[in-house]
Design a binder for this molecule. Structure first.
Ligand code: TEU
Ligand code: CA
Length: 558
């Protein structure tokens, strides 16, 4: 394994809207982030990923960009951004930006010009396509946020434009070299500013079949098919486009990139993040892919430790043959893992610690999502009016349509909603958990008084301090190589709620055991205990691992 600067590091995702508000408007901002850099450094973070802070009408919380080279007013100014970047670098950390280029905002200049003249050069930067004679759109694909991927262009008979996400997020035409050049210029502009790389949003979606054939309807019953299936089907068309992007931008500069690449298949993994791959890394979404089989929250598989474990084991195995995957347990699209995967009795600090142990020693680059290090659990959304994400509303309606009562619909959406991870970061015991002096744009977690950073900082047994401990272990001089470069292999698991694996490199072997079940298990292992939490006893070369407990052992191999 050739060592790159990002090997052995810890990354952290900031969702700026919900991180820290400096001016009381209820929305987190860049100045807020600047004020928390010491916190991140102290936690052990090396790489910060910023979700979008560009100019945007905020239909999808910034994933709809109207001006790629300016900072949105609600987040601050370009001067604030430069201050943030130099602050991050001064602390020997790196900053990567969110690159959202499958689509832009319908408020972007380019799209406005395109709408006015769909057949002109700006129009060629998007997909404007004639519908069928019967008045139906060009194909039957369903957008990620519900409804057709096609929207009628007003003033033009029969003309539609394509949007895989909201109708305010028109897809960019990557088959137009002029569009690609515009994107590359923008990326190089950011790299020239000194950023260290990109997290690349929803990128596999850029591959399109320009004949727009559609797909056989899925089982949603509306005659449509989820557009994600088309993306998966066209996956092998993406690498050529992605490598062209790499070669014109971050590639020659050695910047780090992590792709949000759903719908990969084993045949193309190497082209995506292998030795000559388009990206340095991709997020491992195998766990999500296991429960998100149907097009709607109402039909998702029940999440469990088994799903979490099996998904990660499968993802780790594929990554072993390819390159360095970026591992996640939460992000701004995912629910809080402690409440999502664990049994009721473990939806607490102890559960969070066991989960952190299972997660942080996986092979790859761990991305911690803001609040995860506090063991944040599920927020109580008491009524649909408390949701903010556009997808929450679509999914709520879908639940009702599929026969759920209002109460059941609320429960189901609460479990899966992207709003779960977007409630404010909990800093202290002051008003709004120290997130904002004003009214937060989204409700606060009900347990903010005990889950916050300041309370946990003072408690040596807190989840926060557990994260710090594990990060320190992961980076300790004698283990660092094994974690950064070592192989991964599953260990036999005595129960569906038990997760065990080993990491090994040259003369070192580390074993990780996480017992999420209600039973105790005795495992043959006489290696030295590196760290443990919960009920762990050692007897005659064995390790007894109690319910809700975790242990890590290490030995030198002969
Ligand atoms: O998400 C891409 C994506 O396909 C999914 O995470 C999707 O939002 C979810 O599965 C819907 O069911 C990225 C961003 O992470 C997300 O926040 C944005 O909304 C989306 O792209 C559009 O930019
Ligand atoms: Ca603010």
């Amino acid at each position: 394994m050739q060592k790159k600067w990002w090997y052995g590091k810890i990354a952290y995702q900031i969702y700026p809207r919900s991180f820290k508000d400096s001016n009381g408007d209820g929305i987190g901002d860049l100045k807020g982030i600047i004020s928390k850099l010491d916190y991140l450094k102290d936690l052990g973070v090396d790489i910060i990923w910023l979700s979008p802070v560009y100019v945007s009408p905020q239909i999808d919380n910034g994933y709809d960009i109207a001006d790629y080279r300016s900072i949105g007013k609600e987040f601050g100014s370009m001067d604030d951004f430069k201050e943030l970047l130099s602050g991050v670098h001064a602390k020997d950390m790196k900053l990567i930006m969110d690159l959202v280029v499958n689509h832009c905002s319908s408020e972007h200049e380019l799209f406005k010009k395109a709408l006015a003249d769909p057949y002109g050069p700006e129009g060629q930067c998007f997909y404007f396509v004639k519908g069928h004679e019967d008045g139906t759109p060009p194909d039957n694909l369903r957008s990620y946020f519900g409804g057709s991927v096609w929207e009628k262009v007003t003033g033009f008979e029969d003309l539609w434009y394509l949007h895989y996400f909201a109708k305010e997020q028109p897809d960019l035409n990557w088959y137009n070299p002029a569009l690609r050049q515009r994107v590359y210029d923008m990326m190089n502009w950011w790299l020239d500013l000194g950023i260290d790389g990109f997290r690349v949003d929803a990128i596999m979606n850029i591959a399109k079949d320009l004949t727009f054939p559609g797909l056989a309807p899925d089982d949603e019953g509306d005659g449509m098919c989820a557009c994600g299936r088309m993306t998966a089907k066209l996956a092998d068309k993406a690498p050529a486009l992605l490598k062209d992007m790499r070669d014109h931008t971050y590639g020659p500069r050695g910047a780090f990139t992590v792709g949000e690449a759903f719908g990969l298949n084993p045949e193309i993994l190497n082209d995506i993040y292998g030795k000559d791959g388009a990206f340095s890394s991709v997020f491992d979404f195998t766990v999500r892919e296991l429960f998100e089989k149907k097009p709607g929250y109402y039909a998702y598989e029940k999440p469990s430790v088994k799903l979490y474990r099996d998904g990660n084991f499968k993802g780790q195995d594929l990554a072993m043959k390819t390159g360095m995957v970026s591992v996640i347990t939460e992000n701004h699209d995912e629910p809080r893992a402690v409440s999502f995967y664990l049994r009721k009795d473990l939806q607490n600090a102890q559960g969070a610690k066991v989960l952190a142990t299972a997660f942080l020693f996986l092979r790859g680059l761990p991305f911690i999502y803001q609040g995860q290090e506090l063991g944040m659990t599920k927020t109580d959304f008491n009524e649909p009016g408390e949701f903010r994400d556009l997808l929450s509303f679509t999914e709520y309606q879908k639940c009702l349509k599929h026969g759920f009562s209002k109460k059941q619909a609320l429960e189901c959406v609460s479990l899966h909603t992207r709003d779960q991870s977007r409630t404010p970061m909990l800093w202290d015991k002051s008003k709004n958990a120290g997130f904002s002096d004003g009214t937060p744009w989204i409700r606060l977690h009900q347990d903010w008084k005990k889950l916050n950073v300041s309370v946990q900082g003072e408690d040596p047994d807190s989840v926060l301090n557990w994260y710090k401990t594990l990060i320190r272990i992961r980076k300790s001089p004698d283990l660092e190589e094994c974690f950064a470069c070592g192989a991964f292999a599953p260990l036999p698991c005595p129960d569906d709620s038990f997760m065990a694996y080993r990491r090994y490199y040259e003369k070192k072997e580390i074993r990780v055991y996480a017992n999420f079940s209600e039973k105790s298990f005795t495992i043959k292992d006489d290696a030295a205990l590196i760290v443990s939490t919960g009920d762990i006893t050692r007897k005659d070369g064995s390790l007894m691992i109690g319910p809700g407990s975790a242990a890590v052992t290490g030995r030198d191999l002969k």
